[in-house]
Write a protein that binds this ligand. Structure first.
Ligand SMILES: NC(=O)c1ccc[n+]([C@@H]2O[C@H](COP(=O)([O-])OP(=O)(O)OC[C@H]3O[C@@H](n4cnc5c(N)ncnc54)[C@H](OP(=O)(O)O)[C@@H]3O)[C@@H](O)[C@H]2O)c1
Length: 333
């Protein structure tokens, strides 16, 4: 008899100590109801924001204790009672940290042909949509402007930076190792990349932005972002995608130390949550899907193998252990 395996949240974690708040449980294989599909998950996408949702209400409710951890997956339809999806279809779903998920067929998105499975979360899906709308619509970069991206060698950052580069900007990445910086300037074509763990990194950042900063794609907040704020030009835009530096802290995330800079420089700061843009996903895919197929947009999947390794893999997000999109392979395609 086939069984299901799923990671359940059993307590609210403190700091990085989330592994003992998660339990891998076995249960019966769920059956799809009318209009639903059962999906055998292949890749589970790991998100920094899941850490916040283990703790408290954010843009959505906290994950209830005893519930399966939420998240996106790609997988293969294993049983279908939804006319729009046949068995064997490859789909992206809000599947959670599970081996098999049952979802409404209407919530499943069939992957376009010619896209390797690990590319979906690396350059498309919620990552590609965040990068597209966060950079192009909120950042509004203009050719020739200087764009800085933090967590630049991560999933969203690596895509957002490439989009600004395609748009004709000077793109500077901030990342946590020399290897990550070399990937950004080598394979991804960033104009410069600065390792914020080097003691002279603030001077390197100033050198890399001789004309100041017009767009800041903010992924981290805190100490790494302060030197970027100081370089913002008049009428700069800050696209506030994430604040990962504070996600393991118990309290609220503090703002910029010198808020007056935003006034004096007439900066426009706008936060966004990707799900607000899901109804417009096709506007992004129209550009992104061909660019991924052609190799114009490059991507890297950081794949950890094995359902049992989900919690240890999740830690990598908060210690800079991943390059590109962190995902866990839980079955063979
Ligand atoms: N607004 C939305 O709807 C939305 C959607 C998706 C993601 N996001 C946000 O986008 C950001 C990136 O998410 P992602 O999924 O693409 O993850 P990711 O960038 O692939 O992984 C997280 C990276 O953040 C960096 N980091 C961790 N702690 C840090 C700290 N204290 N200071 C500086 N850098 C730190 C690490 O790289 P280093 O080695 O460079 O430190 C780590 O690899 C997160 O803040 C996430 O919440 C927002």
């Amino acid at each position: 008899m086939r069984t299901n395996r799923e990671w359940v949240l059993t307590a609210r974690p403190t700091g990085l100590e989330f592994e003992n708040c998660l339990e891998l449980r076995e249960g019966p294989l769920p059956e799809p109801g009318e209009g639903q599909v059962r999906v055998r998950n292949v890749y589970v996408s790991l998100e920094p924001a899941t850490r916040l949702r283990m703790q408290r209400e954010t843009y959505g409710p906290a994950i209830p204790l005893g519930a399966v951890v939420t998240g996106f997956t790609v997988g293969v339809v294993d049983a279908s009672r939804y006319p729009g999806l046949r068995e064997g279809a490859v789909v992206s779903i809000p599947g959670g940290w599970r081996a098999y998920s049952v979802v409404n067929g209407a919530d499943a998105r069939e992957l376009p042909p010619g896209i390797p499975l690990p590319a979906w979360f690396s350059a498309l899906g919620h990552i590609g949509i965040s990068a597209w709308f966060g950079m192009m619509e909120i950042g509004q970069p203009k050719p020739g402007e200087t764009v800085v991206v933090s967590a630049a060698a991560g999933a969203v950052g690596s895509q957002a930076g490439q989009l600004a580069k395609i748009h004709g900007c000077r793109v500077v990445g901030i990342a946590g190792s020399d290897e990550k910086c070399a990937w950004l300037t080598g394979e991804l074509g960033f104009d410069a990349a600065v390792n914020y763990k080097q003691p002279d990194w603030e001077a390197r950042l100033r050198e890399a932005c001789p004309k100041g900063v017009d767009v800041y794609f903010e992924n981290v907040g805190g100490a790494v972002s302060e030197p970027v704020y100081a370089l913002l030009n008049k009428h700069a835009r800050v696209s506030l995608c994430g604040l990962i530096s504070g996600y393991n802290d118990p309290g609220p995330t503090p703002g910029p130390k010198d808020f007056s800079l935003f006034l004096m420089k007439r900066v426009r700061l706008e936060g966004f949550i990707v799900s607000d843009y899901f109804p417009r996903a096709n506007d992004a895919y129209e550009r992104l899907v061909p660019w991924v197929r052609e190799g114009r947009l490059k991507w890297r999947a950081d794949v950890v193998e094995g359902m049992e390794n989900l919690p240890t893999a999740f830690r990598k997000l908060f210690v800079g252990g991943n390059t590109g999109k962190l995902q866990v392979k839980v079955s063979d395609p």
